[in-house]
Write a protein that binds this ligand. Structure first.
Ligand code: IDP
Length: 147
């Protein structure tokens, strides 16, 4: 089953949106296999956002993601990488459609509430940056057959 790394960013935690965002992901039928409230270290942040290193907003990005607790999660599901990004919505809040998490809750671009891996390969790398293998749960949900 495909996995993705989703992370409610410090703005989502501060705004008390963890429950509502997790509910949307559960409603969609994805399976939660790991979750924890953590403060991202500078080293983890730089690794996580390595593709943006050198861009003018990189220091701001690292500063933001390390500024307070995040809710780090691993979710499983068929095509979960692409489908969760559809639920999350576009990066720029002006382009994030109503009905998406960013479209409904975010109003300022860097503060776009949640991160989602952009490919299964990125997901594998990002999960390893934030979780040890023994933190991932292995269990079956009978309801999965009806999803
Ligand atoms: P994504 O989060 O939708 O996958 P990415 O392009 O990977 O988008 O960018 C990572 C994060 O960097 C974005 O979610 C946003 O918080 C921030 N970001 C992206 N582009 C800009 C920008 O032009 N200015 C400031 N922050 C940006």
């Amino acid at each position: 089953m495909e996995k993705t790394y989703l992370m409610i960013k410090p703005d989502g935690v501060q705004r008390g949106l963890i429950g509502r965002i997790v509910a949307r992901l559960e409603d969609k039928g994805f399976k939660l296999i790991a979750a924890k409230l953590i403060t991202v270290t500078e080293a983890q942040a730089k690794k996580h956002y390595a593709e943006h290193e050198g861009k003018d907003f990189f220091p701001e990005l690292v500063g933001f993601i390390t500024s307070g607790p995040v809710f780090a999660m691993v979710w499983e599901g068929d095509d979960v990488v692409a489908l969760s990004r559809l639920l999350i919505g576009k990066t720029k809040v002006g382009e994030a459609l109503p009905g998406t998490i960013r479209g409904d809750f975010a109003s300022h671009t860097p503060l776009n509430l949640i991160h989602g891996s952009d490919s299964p390969e990125s997901a594998e790398r990002e999960i390893a940056n934030f979780f040890a293998p023994n933190e991932l749960a292995h269990y079956n949900k009978d309801i999965q057959a009806w999803m």
